[in-house]
Design a protein around this ligand. Structure first.
Ligand code: EPU
Length: 320
């Protein structure tokens, strides 16, 4: 995998991202599935400036480059990714920065690389309401926006005011929520000049509108705990997974459809359909990415055969 990056290029990359760069990096270390092939390069830039330098270098060398968020909704195929995978967890220039809001609300600027858990925790500790639908979701704020993460209690686009994006040419600008096209578990960038040649902009920061709570910190924490406990009862948190594997078809539940076919507990190699929630494929015992994909395909085929519905993956699959 490293053969696409020569020795001198490795040295240059180390100059650009310091010690936070590794070569031939197993992605099992950086995804919640705890499996997957290697990335030729894995980088965790420490600032937006470092990120820009990395992206410029990759564009000049024509090397594929992807920002992978928190690795929570991602499966890297066993053959690995022949390019640079970037994690923005150190790239938190904005941190959590309250800005002026209207009466009763607060605008909070958050770095895209911040974890969703840290974002929810900050809100709860500061008696701010609005993140309830995001409680317990792993991954990063940027990744959460990219796939419009959420639960039955709401999704991230419900509280989003704007984002700061970096365009493929390197310029950055603020973009209002109203300019963005969100739907269930998806964000479709409006075409005009935003995603030329199919290249996507990068989310650097986001501004959320949260409501000041009338409850005490203790009450806010207790409510958050209650939501999390309910989720833990119905979802298999003790095994590595990527959360729900498929999107729900309109008006239906993918988990319910799979469950109705008696497929809970079904295995392919080390991958298993969770017995707790059928839309979770769990890494039960050293599952490979191929095991997971084989099981997913079996589920898609079974659901299609019985109900005529094609389940669409929520999990992003990259690599070869
Ligand atoms: N159900 C079954 N069997 C199962 C799973 C579910 O019969 O194995 C039934 C449940 O009893 C319920 C219905 O299906 O009547 C819906 O189930 P659930 O409430 O668990 O919700 P879901 O639609 O399966 C969605 C999100 C979850 C989120 C939960 C809770 C999707 C794909 N999933 O699941 O999000 O946590 O609601 O709000 O939208 C994720 O996206 O990764 C994720 C975990």
């Amino acid at each position: 995998m490293t053969d696409i990056i020569g020795k001198s290029e490795q040295e240059r990359l180390k100059e650009l991202a310091g010690e936070y760069i590794s070569f031939s990096e197993p992605m099992s270390r950086h995804t919640t599935f705890r499996t997957g092939g290697k990335a030729a390069v894995f980088a965790r830039p420490g600032s937006i400036a470092e990120l820009e330098a990395l992206l410029d270098w990759a564009a000049e060398k024509k090397i594929a480059c992807e920002v992978i968020g928190g690795g929570s909704n991602l499966l890297v195929k066993d053959g690995g990714f022949a390019g640079i995978l970037i994690n923005l967890s150190r790239c938190t220039d904005a941190g959590f920065r309250p800005e002026n809001g209207k009466e009763g609300s607060v605008l909070l600027r958050v770095s895209a690389g911040s974890g969703l858990r840290a974002f929810c925790g900050f809100a709860v500790r500061n008696r701010l309401e609005g993140t309830e639908g995001l409680l317990g979701i792993p991954g990063s704020v940027g990744g959460g926006i990219r796939m419009n993460a959420g639960t039955a209690l709401g999704c991230i686009s419900d509280i989003l005011e704007s984002v700061r994006i970096m365009l493929p040419g390197g310029q950055s600008r603020e973009m209002k929520r109203s300019e963005m096209n969100f739907s269930y578990r998806s964000l479709c960038w409006n075409a005009d000049g935003i995603a030329p040649e199919g290249r996507e902009p990068l989310i650097l920061e986001a501004v959320f509108r949260l409501q000041k709570s009338r409850e005490s910190v203790g009450e806010c924490k207790a409510r958050a705990r209650q939501i999390m406990e309910k989720r833990k009862k119905t979802q298999p948190w003790q095994f590595p997974s990527a959360g729900c594997f498929f999107k729900n078809p309109p008006g239906l539940s993918a988990g319910k459809l799979i469950d109705s076919l008696g497929l809970k507990g079904k295995r392919a190699g080390g991958a298993e359909v969770s017995c707790k929630h059928a839309n979770f494929i769990i890494n039960r015992h050293r599952a490979s990415a191929s095991d997971i994909l084989a099981l997913a395909e079996l589920l898609q085929k079974s659901v299609c055969k019985k109900f005529g519905i094609r389940l669409e993956r929520e999990v992003k699959v990259i690599g070869q």
